[in-house]
Design a protein around this ligand. Structure first.
Ligand code: PLP
Length: 396
């Protein structure tokens, strides 16, 4: 019988680092830049790809390789790759998939730097993109152009928590010979497995839930063996955004508690989201796990929990949003998400300021929108802090 997901997060693949040197249960960190060849013939065979084995750590390293195999296993993909950051993973994947003149369909909310990358690809390399609502098959079809090569989606969308219909994207894309790339950072493979729904490539900012402890920046991508080999042998090798062995080791360690942590993040977020929706200072709450969530059917079809991130709008726009942020004592005013500490940020004045206001509003980002990443603290302590800050803003 195949082992369950909760067992596989702990019993990660080990072969890439040699079968457990000295019987170590936890793999060592291969902190080396280069690897010696036994002979000139062996060096030739490694470069020719006739013999497997390591050459130089920008091309591959046993510790980073362990992590690549672990994430491929959890996402149900043929192979994986690690990168120095989520953005290095996203840029390598997009550069590998498109060329000048191609078009990308993009979910209408994306991570701010991903939006910046798309603008750079457009302005310097003539790769165009369209932001679109991708909540059902018709909307995906409407966004497609004859030169569309990639559908790039985040779901839940950052920070409005809108969902994209992954199965519909896959059906439409594959009819047109396009590739579906999904940023699964918010959901993690615990709550959503895009490859099983038909997606081709999954990317992660492992900086968030996979690492889970706020101590590392790292990116991952998984997909077909063919595409991963192409990126390993060309895009990543030549652009060079690789992950460091120690950072990969930290993420491997973090991933062992991924299932446990996600269960707690989901439980706390659901509780906080429902309390927020009854608060008089709050205009609206976006959280996929809520029973009255707008896309409830889609949520039940593709996710098994709402995740740890909540979007909510404080009544009173920019000044109320910033006023509430200033009164917090436990929740950390910080960007990033998916770690032990509760982190809170104000997209209109922080992560999404690079996006022009009109596009921001089109993405559903209100000036009073707050993004809360629930941590692993006691839920009542988190609520007490949020409640006192909201009550203070309401009185003003
Ligand atoms: C943080 C984040 C990224 C970028 O990842 P880095 O590791 O910071 O480069 C991309 N997508 C999403 C959804 C993120 O939250």
């Amino acid at each position: 019988m195949a082992r369950s997901f909760d067992t596989r997060v702990i019993h990660q693949p080990t072969a890439a680092a040699g079968e457990r040197p000295f019987g170590s249960v936890t793999p060592p960190i291969f902190q080396t830049s280069t690897f010696t060849f036994d002979s000139a013939e062996q060096g030739r065979a490694r470069f020719a790809g006739e013999e497997s084995g390591y050459i130089y750590s920008r091309l591959g390293n046993p510790t980073t390789r362990l992590l690549e195999l672990a994430i491929a296993d959890l996402e149900g993909a043929e192979d994986g790759l690690s990168f120095g950051s989520g953005m290095a993973a996203i840029s390598a994947v997009l550069i590998a998939l498109v060329k000048s003149g191609d078009h990308i369909v993009v979910s209408r909310g994306v991570y701010g730097c991903t939006f910046g990358l798309l603008e750079m690809l457009r302005d310097k390399f003539s790769v165009t993109f369209t932001l679109a609502d991708l909540s059902d098959e018709l909307s995906v079809e409407t966004a497609m152009q004859p030169n569309t090569k990639v559908i790039y989606v985040e779901t839940p969308v950052n920070p409005t928590m809108e969902l994209v219909d992954l199965a519909a994207c896959a059906r439409v894309a594959h009819k047109a010979g396009a590739t579906v790339v999904v940023d699964n950072t918010f959901a993690t493979p615990v709550l959503q497995r895009p490859i099983e729904l038909g997606a081709d490539v999954v990317v992660h900012s492992a900086t968030k839930y996979l690492g889970g402890h706020g101590d590392v920046i790292l990116g991952l991508a998984v997909g077909t063996e063919e595409l991963m080999a192409e990126i390993r042998g060309h895009t990543r090798k030549d652009i060079g955004g690789i992950a460091a062995p120690f950072d990969a080791w930290l993420v491997l360690r973090g991933m062992k508690t991924l299932s446990l942590r996600m269960d707690r993040h989901v439980e706390t977020a659901l509780d906080i989201a429902s309390r927020l929706s009854h608060h008089p200072a709050v205009q609206e709450v976006y959280y996929p796990g809520l029973e009255n969530y707008r896309q409830r059917d889609l949520y039940l079809r593709q996710m098994s929990g709402g995740g740890g991130v909540i979007g909510f709008i404080v009544k009173g726009g920019m000044s109320a949003g910033m006023g509430m942020m200033n009164r917090l004592e436990l929740c950390e005013r910080a960007v990033s998400l998916g770690e032990t500490h509760t982190l809170i940020e104000h997209p209109a004045s922080m992560t999404h300021t690079v996006i022009p206001p009109d596009i921001r509003y089109q993405m559903g980002i209100d000036d009073g929108l707050i993004r809360l990443s629930t941590g692993l603290e006691d839920v009542d302590d988190i609520w007490e802090d949020l409640n006192q800050a909201l009550c203070a803003v309401e009185d003003v």
